[in-house]
Design a protein around this ligand. Structure first.
Ligand SMILES: [Zn+2]
Length: 281
């Protein structure tokens, strides 16, 4: 397959569906909604109790927003989308490419129990734990294999993306549970888009080389360039053996959609945090 990033992103941009319950809004991958064995989503900033600038569904525990607010927000999310608060396991991200296996004994880790070991990706085949990752421009990888009933969820900023955290997640589902990459359906969450993600030209060159794809970057101001994180996501999933037809991008920009999302690039220290979540049911 030619590594034409625009064609790959277009092929995978199947989109998302906005779902709101009790004022709490989340985006879901259209193709994942057809899977009856799965609950998943990516939160927006709607439906929480946090005041400005974290208004309102801030789920970032390291911000200057009192824990009583973020805790109330996690409870509101659970009530709205049908999750058990006691079963949430929050990734303890390190902006790398480590993936760890979790199970029901990890419920509450990173939320009200001690944090999980450092990693950026989680896998499980246990239906009594909910995988959770946090995001504020960084994308999310959602993986599901129907045959082995196993799932994976990862946080992917530019460091995780260029370290192929998505590919590592596919490999781990295969190693732990025997999931065949050709059977895996994969989703990619909202992120800062190719029109907004400006980086130093040297970093853009590294992306082009890593993914063997010159058009993954576009020229910007002198010394700068724009990089497509979505293209990097699709290429590494394809390299891992996932079929293009089984890959789906939410294709939404955290930087541009201020009404929906927090963005670290846009709001800096005043950015709250969204989460991605996924569980078997
Ligand atoms: Zn954008």
């Amino acid at each position: 397959m030619p590594n034409n990033s625009v064609a790959l992103v277009d092929a995978a941009a199947k989109g998302s569906v906005y779902i709101e319950n009790n004022g709490v809004g989340v985006f879901c991958l259209s193709c994942f909604l057809e899977e009856v064995g799965l609950t998943h989503g990516f939160t927006t900033r709607r439906g929480g109790v946090s005041p400005a600038p974290y208004d309102s569904l801030n789920l970032g525990l390291t911000r200057d927003d009192p824990p009583v607010n973020t805790d109330a927000n996690f409870h509101r999310l659970c009530d709205a989308v049908g999750l058990e608060y006691n079963e949430l396991a929050l990734v303890n991200h390190e902006h790398g490419a480590n993936v760890i296996r979790v199970d029901s004994s990890d419920g509450g880790r990173g939320i009200f129990r001690k944090p999980l070991p450092f990693s950026d990706g989680l896998v499980t085949n246990d239906p009594n734990v909910t995988l959770v990752t946090s995001h504020a421009d960084c994308s999310a990888f959602f993986l599901y294999d129907r045959k082995t009933r196993s799932i994976g969820l990862a946080h992917a900023g530019w460091k995780g993306m260029i370290s192929r955290i998505g590919q590592r997640l596919v490999e781990r589902l295969n190693a732990e549970y025997g999931a065949s990459p050709a059977d895996i359906i994969a989703g990619v969450g909202p992120c800062i888009c190719a029109r907004c993600f400006e980086v130093d030209d040297s970093l853009a060159q590294r992306f082009a080389q890593e993914f063997n794809c010159p058009d993954i970057k576009n020229e910007g101001r002198p010394g700068k360039a724009y990089v497509s994180l979505e293209a990097a996501a699709v290429i590494q999933l394809v390299d891992a053996g996932v079929k293009v037809g089984n890959i789906s991008l939410m294709h939404r920009c955290t930087f541009e959609e201020k009404e929906n999302f927090y963005s670290y690039r846009r709001d800096g220290a005043y950015a709250g945090s969204m989460v991605a979540y996924m569980r078997l049911r």
